[in-house]
Design a protein around this ligand. Structure first.
Ligand code: ATP
Ligand code: MG
Length: 326
């Protein structure tokens, strides 16, 4: 099905990142909700032709269980200096949103921090989905994702985990400095050093992401958004020992030897020694999760959906109250 921009009605903002804004929209002809991402771009012929080439690669990717559905990309006079990408709407949002919602519940005292929100079976399912999606993109299209991080892993209440935001290179959209501002960097050491890199760069990012989901903190420490702060972080990634899962969580919970080993195999600084996508897909941590079936995971996704709704309501109440106090 092809979707025309004029058939879309804007419903609200989902979020925005460094490069663009994502809106929830209604596709009127079939009452389907879809996500519409707009990314401002420079109006230069060279940028434009490269973009068209990249968008055509995105169009060629066939649907897959672990890749967010793609419904079209536009870059025309009518979209004036922005690319518009239409994609499947994922109603549980991204992992960073889920993480911040959980933190907000803990802060409100509604949720106790002794429950591990990203439990091991959940992390195993998520890891499988990311690896499987990455392998599909690489095997079928020689696409390396390059931007695996919590905000680019999306979940829906049917229990699907999908990756998004591959294909359009960051360098066309922003200058390097802009790209780093406000984000932690999940880039692998070899990529920072400008060596040739492979899908193993995404394996590194997956490792960091799991540590972040477990601990609630980006594992390589904070950085200021000044050029010095960013350089310092990049320098640390290259020169310091790789991050590790802490032996124990603050709430006393422990995880299995398999999970510990899995993360250790992702967070290897030397690209050659780091495990590949295929190797990790056969890892015990993944196998264990797959053998447990999907029922519990689907249940977890449904719970998230409920939480997101509740969080929205609570936020609205909190805002109203703040207004009254004023
Ligand atoms: P960056 O610009 O650094 O990549 P980002 O990934 O957070 O950061 P966007 O890709 O613009 O920025 O996405 C903004 C937010 O919109 C995401 O954090 C995610 O929560 C949400 N989002 C993106 N795509 C979808 C989608 N298809 N369905 C539901 N929510 C989405
Ligand atoms: Mg994104």
């Amino acid at each position: 099905t092809t979707i025309e921009l004029q058939d879309l009605v804007q419903l609200g903002k989902i979020g925005s990142g460094n490069s663009g804004t994502v809106l929830k929209t209604l596709h009127v002809p079939d009452s389907r909700i879809i996500a519409k991402k707009s990314i401002p771009v420079e109006n230069k012929p060279l940028v434009k032709s490269q973009l068209m080439r990249e968008l055509s690669i995105m169009r060629s990717v066939k649907p897959h269980d672990n890749i967010v559905g793609f419904f079209g990309a536009f870059y025309t006079a009518s979209t004036s200096n922005e690319i518009v990408i239409l994609m499947e709407y994922m109603d549980c949002g991204s992992l960073d949103k889920i993480m911040s919602t959980y933190k907000a519940f803990v802060a409100r005292g509604i949720q106790s921090s002794t429950e591990n929100w990203f439990s091991e079976p959940v992390l195993s399912k998520i890891s499988f989905a990311v690896l499987n999606g990455l392998l599909y993109l690489y095997r079928g299209y020689k696409i390396i994702h390059r931007d695996i991080k919590p905000s680019n892993v999306l979940i829906n209440s049917k229990g699907c985990v999908k990756i998004c935001d591959f294909g359009v290179s960051k360098k066309l959209i922003n200058s390097i400095a802009d790209t780093f501002v406000g984000t932690s960097t999940y880039m692998s050491p070899e990529r920072i050093q400008g060596s040739v890199y492979s899908t193993k760069g995404d394996v590194w990012s997956l490792g960091l992401m799991i540590i972040e989901l477990v601990t609630g903190e980006f594992p390589l420490g904070g950085h200021s958004d000044t050029p010095e702060g960013i350089l310092d972080l990049l320098q640390r990634i290259v020169n310091e020992p790789p991050p590790r899962l802490p032996p124990q969580l603050p709430n006393g919970l422990q995880y299995s030897r398999e999970m510990f080993d899995f993360v250790n195999r992702c967070c290897v600084k030397e690209e050659r020694e780091r495990s590949s996508l295929q190797e990790l897909l056969c890892h015990d941590f993944i196998e264990k999760g797959r053998s447990q079936g999907d029922r519990e995971f689907r249940h977890w996704c449904k719970r998230i959906k409920k939480w997101l709704k509740e969080d929205k309501m609570l936020r609205r109440e909190e805002q109203e109250r703040a207004k009254l106090v004023k």
